[in-house]
Design a protein around this ligand. Structure first.
Ligand code: NDP
Length: 250
C-alpha cells in the first residue's frame, strides 16, 4: 500500500542544509528525482555529487533560488528541464529565525527577513507549483512549520508570528484542495540540531551549540523520515499534521 515515489519529481526549498538536505537524501533513497534549490548553489552542487555516488539512478537538478524573489521562483519553475517539470511533491522547507530578543528590540530588518522568507517564500513557491499539480491530478505539498507556529515564546515574537502564518496557510490550503487529488501536510518540529541556531545567532557557533546542551535534540534525519513517511502513504491517506518534539523537550 506504500505509495511509490520511484521516478517522481520532488522539489525542495532550502536543500543546502539541515532538514532540506536530509529530505533530499531520504527522497533519493526512495528513488525519486530531485529539484534541489537554495541560495547557496555550491552546497547544492556538493550534495548532488554525493547523491550521484550513492544513488546513480536518481536524477538531480540544482537551481539557485531565493524564495523571496517571486519572479525568480516563477522563472525557475517555468524553466525546469522537461524531465523535472511534473513536480509531484513540494517540500516548503526554506526558513529562518534571526535573533532571540524581545520584540521591542527586534530590528525591522530581521523582522522583515523572517516574514519575507518564511511567509512570502511559502506563498510564492506554493503558488508557482500547485496549479500544475492540480492540472496533472497528483501532488503533495509538505510544509515545515514549527512548534513556534503553535506556542509563541518570549524573545521569538516575529519568528513565532511567521510560523503561525505558515500554519494557517497550510491548513487553509488543505481545505481549498479537498476536491483535488493534491495532498497537504504540515510538519511542526521542536528543536532540531541544524544550522538554524547559527543563523539565528548571526554566526555565533558557540551560542548556537549551547542551545542543544543536555537536550538530545532531533536530527534533520528524524524530520526527513517523517516527511518521506507522509509522502509515501497510500494516495487516499493525507497526514494533515505532525507535531514532533525531542523526548526531552516539553
Ligand atoms: P538550516 O539553517 O540548516 O537550513 C535552512 C535552509 O533554508 C537552508 O538551506 C537555507 O539555504 C534556506 N534558506 C534560508 N533563506 C532562504 C531564502 N531566502 N531562499 C531560499 N532558501 C533559503 O535550518 P533547518 O534545516 O533547521 O531549517 C529548515 C526549516 O525548519 C525552516 O523552515 C525552519 O524554520 C524549520 N524549523 C527548524 C527547527 C530547528 O530547531 N532547527 C525547528 C522547527 C522548524 P541558503 O542559505 O543556501 O539559501
Amino acid at each position: 500500500h506504500h505509495y511509490s515515489l520511484h521516478g517522481k519529481t520532488v522539489f525542495i526549498t532550502g536543500a543546502s542544509s539541515g532538514i532540506g538536505a536530509s529530505c533530499a537524501r531520504f527522497f533519493a533513497d526512495e528513488g525519486a528525482n530531485l529539484v534541489l534549490t537554495a541560495r547557496r548553489v555550491e552546497r547544492l552542487a556538493n550534495l548532488k555529487n554525493e547523491l550521484a555516488t550513492e544513488y546513480p539512478e536518481v536524477k538531480v537538478h540544482v537551481a539557485a533560488l531565493d524564495v523571496v524573489d517571486r519572479d525568480a521562483v516563477f522563472r525557475t519553475i517555468a524553466e525546469l528541464p522537461d524531465q523535472f517539470k511534473n513536480v509531484e511533491v513540494l517540500v516548503n522547507n526554506a526558513g529562518l529565525s534571526l535573533g532571540l530578543e524581545p520584540m521591542i528590540e527586534t530590528t525591522p530588518e530581521d523582522a522583515n527577513t523572517m516574514l519575507d522568507t518564511n511567509v512570502r517564500g511559502v506563498f510564492n513557491v506554493t503558488q508557482a507549483i500547485v496549479p500544475g499539480m492540480i492540472t496533472r491530478g497528483a501532488g503533495h505539498v509538505i510544509t515545515i512549520g514549527s512548534v513556534a507556529g503553535r506556542q509563541p515564546y518570549a524573545n521569538g515574537a516575529m519568528y513565532c508570528a511567521s510560523k503561525h502564518v505558515v500554519e494557517a496557510m497550510s491548513h487553509a490550503l488543505t481545505q481549498e484542495l479537498v476536491k483535488t487529488p493534491v495532498r497537504v501536510t504540515m510538519v511542526a518540529p521542536g528543536m532540531v540540531e541544524t544550522e538554524f541556531s547559527v543563523v539565528r545567532f548571526h554566526g555565533d557557533e558557540g551560542k548556537a551549540k549551547a542551545v542543544y546542551d543536555g537536550l538530545d535534540p532531533l536530527t534533520p534525519d528524524d524530520i526527513a523520515d517523517l516527511v518521506v513517511f507522509a509522502a509515501t502513504r497510500p494516495k487516499h491517506v493525507q497526514l494533515n499534521d505532525m507535531l514532533v518534539f525531542p523526548t526531552a523537550q516539553a
